[in-house]
Design a protein. Structure first.
Length: 362
């Protein structure tokens, strides 16, 4: 008897766009275009933001590259849809390119979140080494799956696969079982990475929030952005693993769509995170009227780039008498690690001192 992953794996990673029914191709192309439109809108907002010049050049290039790959994937699906009206039979090149882009986009987005964890851990390498290794295993298994798919022994299998899963019951090729195994490794590793980075961020947020009730609004916003960013890829991977691997009687068309949209969901997760950072920055600055202008590359805490938090930031309301005429000039000279200010409507009495520390260290 074939292993449990035998009946679904090819649909998860290798969409086999030339073998499924036409209505699923049209539905996939429609969903790809809708998501791509949202991504283009977010990309435009990202590059038109006032803080874009403060972001490193390599990071801007990274965001542009990921979105370019995602757009290319949409073009491939739309091209496959048009080929349904052509008398020329579809080629395997489109399906192979689509699969490779799915792997590359997914790994690239995971690197962003691993980088965020690296900064949360005060730029210590050791805590993120397991995540890097798991991410590498996901990438290698994805490449191996593509190489298996290009071999003749699995090509004859792929050409017979349709959206009707009953046909899989007649397939017993041992080579295909090897192909299925590496796909499961790829999906499982990706799922572990997303769960790990999300859990790390949640724990950090919980520890940071303790004793800071006056910032509940900002932390609630961060919480919403984190979950909105983490949900799309986790949902897609859960559908692929549960509906295809655990519950074999589930709707297989759903597994097919989730697998084909996995890269889009990863890209969507990245862009929600970046757009959310700008929203959090504006909300944070509205709470601090006279916060000095600080370069993004120097700013720790919840407004850091390209993540929400790194080692530490100190925001002090100095316990001293400050003349109202001297507030603006004194604020401009403050250092990033000792930023002080006074609200204009406060009396000239001694002002209480508050300290906000964002730290994972002991």
């Amino acid at each position: 008897m074939s292993p449990p992953w035998f009946h679904w794996t090819n649909m998860v990673l290798q969409p086999v766009l030339f073998a499924v029914q036409s209505q699923y191709i049209f539905l996939l192309a429609t969903l790809q275009c809708l998501l791509q439109g949202s991504l283009l809108s977010m990309l435009s907002a990202f590059f038109s933001s006032r803080t874009i010049v403060q972001r490193p050049l390599w990071f801007r290039a990274y965001v542009l590259l990921v979105n370019t790959l995602s757009f290319t994937q949409t073009v491939l699906v739309v091209a496959q849809g048009f080929k349904l009206f052509s008398s020329v039979p579809p080629t395997r090149a489109l399906g192979n390119a689509f699969t490779m882009l799915t792997t590359i986009i997914g790994i690239s987005v995971q690197l962003f979140f691993i980088h965020r964890c690296w900064r949360i851990f005060n730029k210590r390498v050791l805590p993120v080494v397991p995540l890097v290794l798991i991410n590498l295993a996901s990438f290698v298994s994805g490449i191996l799956a593509e190489s298996f798919e290009n071999q003749g022994s699995t090509t004859k299998v792929s050409l017979r696969i349709t959206i009707h899963w009953e046909q899989h019951r007649r397939l017993r090729e041992p080579e295909y079982c090897s192909f299925a195994l590496v796909v499961i490794i790829c999906l499982s590793c990706a799922f572990v990475v997303y769960v790990s980075v999300t859990a790390t961020t949640i724990v950090f947020l919980y520890r940071t929030r303790t004793g800071l009730r006056e910032h509940d609004g900002i932390f609630n916003t961060i919480w919403q952005v984190i979950w909105a960013s983490a949900a799309p890829p986790l949902i897609a991977l859960t559908i692929n693993i549960v509906n295809g691997y655990i519950v074999k009687s589930g709707p297989h068309a759903l597994t097919f769509m989730a697998g084909c949209l996995n890269a889009k969901f990863c890209n969507l997760s990245l862009m929600i995170n970046l757009i959310g950072q700008g929203h959090i920055r504006r909300k944070f600055e509205s709470r601090v009227p006279n916060l000095p202008t600080i370069s993004t590359s120097q700013t720790p805490g919840i407004i850091s780039e390209p993540v929400f938090a790194i080692s530490m930031t100190n925001l002090n309301l100095g316990a001293e008498n400050i003349d109202q005429d001297k507030v603006s000039s004194s604020v401009g000279a403050l250092h990033v690690d000792d930023a002080s200010w006074a609200k204009p409507d406060e009396p000239e009495a001694r002002r209480s001192t508050h300290q906000v520390r964002f730290s994972l260290g002991p």
